[in-house]
Design a protein around this ligand. Structure first.
Ligand code: F0G
Length: 456
């Protein structure tokens, strides 16, 4: 059979409130044209993020009832810890409430002002946490990674030549290097095993730690199994184990491939680093056996991490993204090619060739998708990565202007995706009528979350 159906059936449903066009126009204005400021009950299809928005399985809900809520030495912690150890092979597992807490702790331990941290592409919270530590977060993706229309496998790779050049410099200090799997900021593109292995070899030669930002490790493993020579006969478990074996640790937002609504961890092999991390954990997150999570969350994660690695689930997940991508491309809409693991990224710069970067074409499209169809998405371009200087001028962001539609795990069915395709197609038909936006209010860090916009 050619039809690939969702490998689950639905036991509990959540209703969607339908809104009208006049309502949405008003809601958008009240939210200052920033969908982060819209109430979720006013959103019909929420593609804002795949983080913490997935549906848990019957096994996960059952596991929740087994949560041991003891402050210290909880049984649920050991269940969680052993599962993460089995999957990753890392020695010390430090639970955190989500990914950015793991990042903050790691960087507080390793990064000093003036340091440089290379990564294929930093996600926004990773970048912000490094900048908060007064260090530089440096993106060194392969050149193709910056070209939305170029379709090659493993477009998320890190540029090894640039890494070698950086390491040869004597005027900078590099405390660690990272690779983000999959490369979220550049289209959810996977990183090859070869690239992870080589990065590891280069870093080990220099004696500098190498970490994975492992939020979507299972999706990355699926691409390796499907597309990288030599991995077709390996299991997802084996591939994950090999990926992690090349790193000295990882940060993890378990709200993605942990299949849970909250959670994360920092994993490290180094004993001293683990001790320092746990000391910081106690300061703001909690005791090392729960790290800001409830025992029931740890149980849900122990089950969810395994479910994210199931081959049928991964095939359906990656195929859903490709399905939507193929239909948009057929309508002449430019997207990041090839489609990646968790989201579709529309090239808003090409969608609106008449809109300059300075009027935020990505944010315009985000607003249009909400206005036309109640769909929530997120801009990944000048709003997210541009920066306002003290004198009010703006540091121009040179990357592509993208709009991400990220797919919650196991939450929407095919007709939701078909509806979204129709909405995007309508925005495309009317594109010439769309006008730009300007920022009227913005915070110093992570401005896309709270900035206010107004039509130009
Ligand atoms: N690293 C990557 C690659 C991410 O995608 C995220 C979160 C984080 C780190 C931080 O994890 O949210 O648990 O603190 N990404 C979400 C997104 C928010 O929408 O892509 P967190």
């Amino acid at each position: 059979m050619k039809t690939l159906f969702e490998p689950f059936r639905i036991k509990m449903v959540e209703s969607i409130r339908k809104t009208t066009l006049p309502e949405r126009i008003q809601i958008l204005e009240q939210a200052h044209y920033n969908p982060f400021l819209i109430r979720s009950e006013d959103v019909m299809i929420d593609f804002l993020t795949d983080s913490g928005t997935g549906s848990m399985s019957d096994h996960q809900w059952a596991a929740i009832m087994l949560g041991d809520e003891s402050y210290a030495g909880s049984k649920s912690y050991y269940h969680f810890r052993d599962t993460v150890k089995e999957i990753t092979g890392f020695k010390h597992i430090v639970p955190t409430h989500q990914g950015r807490a793991a990042e903050r702790i790691l960087f507080e331990c390793l990064v000093k002002p003036g340091d440089v941290v290379p990564n294929n592409t930093h996600f926004d919270t990773t970048r912000a946490n490094i900048e908060y530590a007064e260090a530089q977060a440096l993106d060194i993706p392969i050149p193709e990674g910056l070209l939305p229309s170029v379709s090659i496998p493993f477009k998320g790779n890190l540029d090894l030549d640039q890494l070698r050049e950086l390491l040869a410099r004597t005027d900078i200090h590099i405390p660690l290097a990272m690779i983000t799997i999959t490369n979220n900021a550049e289209g959810g593109q996977p990183v090859s095993m070869e690239n992870i292995r080589e990065t590891s070899r280069i870093m080990r030669d220099k004696g500098i730690p190498f970490f994975l930002d492992a939020c979507r490790f299972a999706e990355n493993a699926y691409f390796i199994q499907r597309d990288e020579p030599g991995y077709q006969d390996k299991t997802i478990d084996e591939i994950c184990r090999e990926m992690f074996s090349y790193a000295d640790g990882c940060t993890m937002s378990a709200k993605k491939d942990g299949m849970a609504n909250i959670g994360g961890f920092l994993a490290v092999n180094n004993d001293e680093l683990a001790t320092n991390a746990r000391n910081l954990l106690i300061l703001t997150e909690g005791f090392p056996s729960y790290g800001g999570l409830a025992g029931r969350d740890l149980e849900a994660l122990a089950v969810g991490l395994r479910e994210a690695m199931q081959p049928d689930y991964l095939e359906y997940r990656i195929r859903t993204v490709a399905y939507m991508g193929e239909r948009l491309v057929k309508r002449g809409i430019d997207i990041v090619q090839p489609t990646g693991g968790h989201a579709i990224f529309i090239d808003a710069g090409r969608f609106y060739p008449h809109l300059d970067k300075s009027v935020y074409p990505g944010q315009v499209l985000v607003c249009e998708l909400y206005r036309i169809g109640g769909i929530r998405s997120v801009e990944i371009g000048s709003v997210m990565f541009g920066k306002q200087n003290a004198d009010g001028s703006e540091d121009e962001y040179l990357g592509p202007e993208l709009v991400r539609l990220a797919f919650p795990r196991r939450t929407y069915t095919q007709s939701h995706f078909d509806y979204a395709i129709e909405v995007i197609a309508e925005a495309f038909q009317n594109r010439k009528m769309s006008k730009g936006l300007r920022i009227v209010k913005q915070p110093k860090f992570l401005r896309h979350f709270t900035a206010h916009f107004a039509p130009v």
